[in-house]
Design a protein around this ligand. Structure first.
Ligand SMILES: O=C(CO)[C@H](O)COP(=O)(O)O
Length: 151
């Protein structure tokens, strides 16, 4: 699996930790880092999050982990990219259901909300989940995709 990561300067330290973890995880073949690389880079979160989400939409990344102060801005941004489903999740159940119910490819977190150890644990769990296209949830997700294609 290829995983994209991105953060603004509020999330860069947590993003670095998570990227290191992903690079050491045998389930991850490649980590694509869309920045920022240090907190002197004050580019706004949509610029970073949209770049990573577009990589998911193009099929260059299977999933993405995006970090800002709250996770909310990254989530709103990523959800603007056609075909991308993103969620903020700071708890285990939401991280699980974001895959199993919603087939979200993008997990966002807020570095000002969650501690690094819980964030690392959630990413580890999240990597282990997959969406079952034959599940009852699939038709619900398809409804969202159909809506997106109407416009
Ligand atoms: O959390 C953020 C966006 O959701 C970002 O890190 C900070 O945004 P700001 O509060 O608008 O500066």
């Amino acid at each position: 699996m290829t995983v994209a990561v991105a953060a603004d300067n509020a999330g860069v330290e947590l993003k670095k930790l998570l990227a290191e973890q992903l690079e050491g995880d045998s389930r991850v073949g490649e980590v694509l880092d869309y920045g920022v690389h240090d907190d002197s880079d004050d580019r706004a979160y949509p610029r970073l999050g949209l770049a990573a989400a577009e990589a998911v939409a193009r099929g260059e990344a299977d999933r993405a982990v995006l970090v800002c102060g709250t996770g909310i801005g990254m989530c709103v941004s990523a959800n603007k990219v056609e075909g991308v489903r993103a969620t903020v999740a700071h708890d285990s159940y939401s991280a699980e259901r974001s895959i199993k119910s919603n087939d979200c490819q993008v997990l966002t977190m807020g570095a000002r909300v969650i501690g690094p150890e819980l964030a690392r644990r959630l990413v580890d769990e999240w990597l282990g989940y997959s969406f079952d296209p034959s599940s009852a949830s699939a038709a619900k997700v398809a409804y969202i995709t159909d809506y997106e294609h109407q416009s």
